[in-house]
Design a protein around this ligand. Structure first.
Ligand code: PLP
Length: 388
């Protein structure tokens, strides 16, 4: 009986769902129940909006990039400024939302996984703010490459546990976190960082990130009196993109464009498969294992992608394109120089494609680019790339 009801939820066409052991399924069912209970609760919504305003600093601007528009020629380019959020990216929106849900559930122990450290920092920040215990699982290799982010999480009061199993990478950290959750679910909440994983995570993460398009739609109507021709966002797991798309999905005249690194083109080249407990388009090697990817943007370096993007792609509602690391690097330099905004390397992928598309469209059209984060974290890497 339970199996049937679970399978009818959390699917986007054939994608999504929940492919996990029974003991973990029980925890997911409980989480779904609590999420559904609170997501439309006026007090919960007020509390979420309160922290988005007073702590994250929303609403953030929708900035007309006049110089970039002039340089590209064609359509007007607007930037949705997630880079101006506290901690410098969109991830904090979701971290605050999930922590507030944990608080309602009476849970005070938070666990999370992190690869490059960006989600770990957002989770540790939110935990510090709400006085929660925070445990971050991170592959041993990643803790060595991202020593400064480990220290940042520790400053925020989190305990970072290096995972030596497997290859000491993100996947191994996810496995450890799930193991912890199964052991300790009664007092533990798993704060997941992107629109991936078993149901209800993709739906829940979209719900909390949808604030991006809720704001941008209001803002573009105020500024231009019409909807954009296209909304453009980079896609790693897909959380900033799904948040940037959410309020436009029903607006059939608005093109939705996800931009992937050519080096991790999950949606463009992937095939349907189950990874990490859900079904999505994914890059597999000859043995059918998730294929290692090598994007210059750590946040886009994931062989899978959210199930809703997989569905938006196969149903034709959204388009997914690729840009190379080199093109993203050029866009990073152009935006810095023309607008005085240093973008994250992830966001630079979206900027690179927007510049190309703007040039093909008439000046009456407007584009919204979701600037998912700021590039301070990437300055040293770009320095090293340019030196060589
Ligand atoms: C983590 C990250 C991404 C990629 O994650 P999504 O879930 O695809 O949004 C993109 N941009 C920035 C700045 C990030 O930190």
């Amino acid at each position: 009986m339970e199996k049937v009801s679970v399978e009818s939820r959390g699917y986007f066409g054939e994608f999504g769902g929940s492919f996990i052991p029974d003991e973990l399924q029980k925890v997911m069912n409980q989480l779904e129940e609590q999420f559904l209970k609170y997501k439309d609760d006026p007090e919960f919504i007020d509390e979420f909006k309160y922290y988005l305003k007073e702590y994250v600093g929303r609403e953030n601007p929708l900035t007309f990039a006049a110089n970039l528009t002039k340089q590209s020629g064609g359509a007007k380019i607007y930037l949705k400024r997630e880079d101006l959020n506290h901690t410098g990216a969109h991830k904090i929106n979701n971290a605050i939302g999930q922590i507030l849900l944990a608080k309602r559930m009476g849970i005070t122990r938070i666990i999370a996984e992190t690869g490059a450290g960006q989600h770990g920092v957002a989770a540790a920040t939110a935990c510090a703010m709400f006085g929660m215990e925070c445990i971050i699982y991170m592959g041993k290799l990643d803790t060595e490459r991202q020593a400064l982010n480990v220290f940042r999480m520790e400053l925020l009061g989190a305990k970072v546990i290096p995972v030596e199993k497997g290859q000491g990478r993100l996947k191994d950290a996810v496995d450890e976190a799930l193991g912890d959750l199964v052991q300790n679910y009664q007092n533990t909440f798993y704060l997941l960082g992107s629109a991936v994983g078993p149901h209800p995570y993709p739906t829940m993460v979209k719900h909390f990130q949808a604030i991006i398009s809720e704001e941008s739609k209001r803002q573009i109507l105020e500024k231009e009196g019409k909807l954009p021709a296209a909304v453009i966002a980079c896609t790693g797991g897909g959380s900033n993109a799904i948040g940037a798309f959410a309020h436009y999905i029903e607006e059939k005249n608005v093109r939705l464009i996800g931009v992937e690194p050519k080096e991790a083109a999950t949606l463009t080249e992937g095939v349907p498969a189950v990874i990490h407990g859900f079904k999505c388009l994914t890059l597999l090697d000859e043995k059918g294992e998730p294929q290692p990817t090598y994007s210059i943007a750590a946040g886009l370096d994931y062989p899978g992608v959210g199930p809703e993007h997989s569905y938006l792609k196969t149903s034709g509602r959204a388009e997914y394109v690729t840009v190379t690391g080199q093109e993203a690097l050029e866009a990073f330099l152009v935006l810095s120089k023309t607008e005085g905004i240093i973008p994250a390397l992830e966001s630079s992928h979206a900027v690179a494609y927007a510049m190309k598309l703007a040039a093909e469209l008439p000046p009456e059209d407007v584009l919204i680019v979701n600037l998912s984060g700021r590039g301070d974290k990437d300055v040293e890497q770009v320095f090293n790339m340019l030196k060589n």
